[in-house]
Design a protein around this ligand. Sequence first.
Ligand code: SAH
Length: 352
Amino acid sequence: MTALGDLLVARIARTGPISLADYMADCLMHPELGYYATRDPFGTGGDFITAPEISQMFGELIGLALAQSWIDQGSPAPFSLAELGPGRGTLMADVLRATRAVPEFHTALTVHFVETSPTLRQAQVQAVPDAIWHDSVATLPDQPLFLIANEFFDALPIRQFVREGDAWREKMVGLTDDALSFGLSTAAPIALLEHRLADTAEGDLVEHCTALPAIMQTVGQIIDAHGGMALIIDYGDWQSLGDTLQALKAHDHVDPLATPGTSDLTAHVDFAAIAHNAAPAKFTRLTTQGVFLERLGITARAQTLAHGLSGTARDAHIKAHRRLTHPAEMGDLFKVIGIYPATAIPPPGLEP
Ligand code: SAH
């Protein structure tokens, strides 16, 4: 058992079982022993690799989409160029480099990073020294907001509920023989799942991301009031159904209760919750990452970059293009949704 595991066992022995969301919050964000507090999990040596770390093309194309959308909305100035959970800062650095050809965009923008991990903030300072850091979206300025979030919402804690009649039993982390184990609370009606009674049956499991509603309400309100747009990219689907909690360690699936604080815990993203909480801002159709990147011109960009490469660098580049777009790799699993004002056209690559 890990040091964080010992703490959790002692806490549960003292005060009783905790929700899955509380367990995930400690595992990911405990200030000394949490997963993101203690390491930089990205890249081939880490536990997982994300799209901006696979190829510069990802951030470049998103940069062009952001700049195009900014021009489509009349080049508002000043504006916030914001990112939720920027990891190593790679995506934003690629966005800024790819948009250098639009100097007015650069003059008008200030970069805002919403990041809770002190370790990752240090990496982000190296990548984007001029950024302004926030603990939450609540302190983003009241001005046009062009925002990206890649693999952010999957990292937020979720609660899980199993349906019983018109009530729900919540998945809890408790103790069996002094070891962490899953159990279910007694059934109770849950107001925030009222709308799921229509599309679920006895015994179905649904997930609820606790921080998502407040984050998307704030983002949606700023975009509706001041203009801008948000691109949310993640794995998941329109509505959550079934257990999608997973723990990854060194690119392998592990038991989420086995070594608290040392594996990455994630869950699929419920894009219906993203879309509906952003009201009165509008949302685009949910689009696969593969289709989105093709529409933004990734094949042409890949060919241009390939000209300057040879040997293993060229092979790696071709592999990266495939990895981002092919349906058997990230192309279909990852989805994109755009949030935009009722008065504007949707962001490039996305349909109303
Ligand atoms: N977008 C990056 C990193 C994804 S990992 C990429 O694509 O590579 C998730 C990121 O979200 C990390 O930077 C993590 O520290 C951050 N994060 C997780 N929970 C957060 C929270 N509640 N508030 C702000 N940042 C959070």
